[in-house]
Design a protein around this ligand. Sequence first.
Ligand code: ADP
Ligand code: ASP
Ligand code: MG
Length: 422
Amino acid sequence: MPGTIVMKFGGTSVADAERLRNAARRIVQKREQGQRVVAVLSARGKTTDELIAMAEEVSPAPAPRELDMLLSAGERISCALCAMAINDLGHRAISMTGSQAGIVTDTSHTKARILDVRADRIRSALEEDSIVLVAGFQGVSTARDVTTLGRGGSDTTAVAVAAALEAEVCEIYTDVAGVYSADPRIVPQARLLPVLSFEEMLEMAASGAGVLQLRSVEYARNHGVRIHCRSSFEDRPGTVVVSEIETMEHPLITAVTHSTGEARVTLLGVPDKPGVAARIFGALADADVNVDMIIQSEPAGEGSSAEVSFTVPRDDLRVSRQTLEGLAPELGISSIVTDEEMGKVSIVGAGMRSHPGVAAKVFTVLGDEEINIEMISTSPIKISCVIGGEHVPRAVRALHSAFELSGDGTEQPEEPFRPPGQ
Ligand code: ADP
Ligand code: ASP
Ligand code: MG
């Protein structure tokens, strides 16, 4: 619809009454400038974590369908409250659950994928001059159950709604001023990146830059949605994510990203014969586990057995273990060893494609810091190293400084980032 814009506010941006009213004011401001506005909200503050903790208090392995029913409540609270605040500002607002907004997903509870957005109800509300508030992070499955979209999923709701409405832009309002050359909570001198290509943003999100959920970036690229990630506390431009053709420069290295949520699984005594890897990773895929790096080695003198190590998100470790324990006797795997405290640092940059020596420099920097590299993986524009979780902040700072990502000062944010409330 012409003149439509989608604004998404994250959890910190609606954490208390004052911030929620602030979000309501920003939404109304856009409406008063003549735009039709759909706002997608996240659950307030730590609500989602608290709901997960509540579930775990009553059940060690909560049923995924019921977990989704519980978790979806957080976003509904935010939307209902924001609609009240907007009404008080003299505008008409209507809140909708994911299901009411027409977000249809597959049946994969707790990490469902959006299949379709049937946006007629949003459209008619906009035509009636209402501001529409859509509960992020949730949908209704093809089996008519409530689903959620994985942590950080409200970003994807916003992008999907923007695509369905052919909105001019999908604005992601968050607690930092945009996407930086490293997580500004770890590197206060990190540089705000005014423009990023989808390709770079995809690699950044995939390697831990949680400022945008990976799926939201994939969705935006596939549907041509323009993303503008910006501060909900200040009114200044943030980061625009655009297609390759629109980005002008390709710096060698754009950013250092990290994750501290990795776990490693090592399978010992894996029979070295065709089809075994397919069985292992097929079973993990069927269990919806996202496997990241994989290494297979044949310990010297072991003859016909190999060792297979791979990383998974720590949240998927329990399911991975269960799946593999079921498979081990049949395949003849002798033991399963897990390591919960792994982390990962990566450097991302479209310019590295044509520059040799970047990987060597990464390894030297980590070596100088006496940080042992456990696993390595590369793509044309990314180098990732799995390291002990405790070394991650030091590794990020060392790489950010070695690749001189703070910039020359001209592009620095006016002042170094400070977390809100400090
Ligand atoms: P929201 O609740 O608004 O969705 P998130 O916590 O999901 O916010 O994402 C914002 C956070 O992402 C920031 O507070 C920041 O710590 C983190 N982050 C990690 N990497 C980056 C990066 N490269 N640039 C900006 N923020 C980053
Ligand atoms: N509330 C959900 C989460 O904490 C979704 C989101 O914030 O995007 O992961
Ligand atoms: Mg988020």
